[in-house]
Design a binder for this molecule. Structure first.
Ligand code: 15L
Length: 270
């Protein structure tokens, strides 16, 4: 519901920064949290996802949580375990203890990264939201865990979650792969707003992308929330393909939906 207070975790991150700008127009009051200070927002809460008391206080009195915090690239298993797996558990526990009823979980396309890229011209169906998990990294594995945690907290405690498998949420796509994966910032805000306001979501898993001409994911569950994407990456296609060439499915870096996360994942800075 608009007019509600939403805790935004990871408010200093890439997606968090974009959503801080775009979501207030939908009528939300945002409470910001990050492990580092949020530039331009001295009121933001600085807390680690390992600090359970701080999380209880941060979620108290909010109507919903948009959980973007955590490590957003591949890292060591130990770091992923702490930030993404234990951190997400700590946040759900805080929500349960404080009676918060709705969480939007920033899952990732990398939960599904080992699904093969469809051959050009093939009539392979779009990848459904309920296809099996095929994580491409420990990072992707932590997103699979988060989705299952969300299911558990719905079944056991009645806390609703929309798990959004975000594609590539950047101002513009910067690779040929991203022509399929791009979620424009404006469509990202539309999707999070739909996830925050749709009724009776239980635990719903959706792909987060714009209405891209080269889409590989089935957006049915996202549209079922009322999401109506307005953008299409195709306007960037000519230039990106001229610079980088078409995808080469014989190249192991490009043969799967997770792209180069499958072979040489970008590393979270230590
Ligand atoms: C992700 O999950 C990352 O957080 C982001 O930095 C991008 O790499 C994105 O996936 C992607 O696949 O483009």
């Amino acid at each position: 519901r608009t007019g509600s207070t939403v805790l935004l975790t990871g408010a200093a991150g890439g997606v968090g920064t974009l959503m801080r700008e775009l979501l207030p127009a939908y009528g939300y009051t945002l409470r910001l949290l990050d492990v580092v200070p949020v530039p331009g927002a001295p009121e933001a809460i600085t807390a680690d996802l390992g600090d359970r008391d701080a999380l209880r206080e941060a979620v108290r009195g909010t109507d919903a949580i948009l959980h973007l915090a955590g490590i957003s690239l591949e890292s060591s298993f130990e770091k992923i375990l702490r930030a993404n797996i234990e951190g997400t558990y700590n946040l759900y526990e805080a929500a349960r203890a404080e009676g918060v009823r709705r969480i939007i979980f920033a899952s990732s396309n990398h939960a599904m990264g080992y699904h093969p890229w469809p051959a050009p011209g093939s009539d392979a169906p779009l990848l459904a939201a309920d296809a099996p998990h095929r994580p491409d990294t420990f990072y992707g594995l932590s997103k699979c865990f988060g989705e299952d945690l969300a299911q558990l907290y719905w079944d056991k405690h009645g806390i609703e979650t929309v798990s959004v498998r975000i594609g590539s949420l950047f101002a513009e796509p910067n690779s040929v792969r991203m022509l399929s994966m791009w979620l424009s910032p404006a469509d990202g805000a539309r999707l999070f707003h739909a996830a925050l306001t749709a009724r009776d979501v239980g635990h719903t898993v959706v792909y987060g992308s714009s209405a891209n001409t080269r889409l590989v994911w089935d957006l049915t569950t996202a549209r079922g929330l009322g999401y109506a994407p307005q953008d299409d990456s195709e306007k960037y296609a000519e230039q990106l393909i001229a610079e980088q060439g078409e995808l080469d499915l014989d190249n192991p870096d490009q043969a799967h939906l997770g792209g180069h996360f499958v072979t040489s994942p970008p590393q979270w800075p230590v």
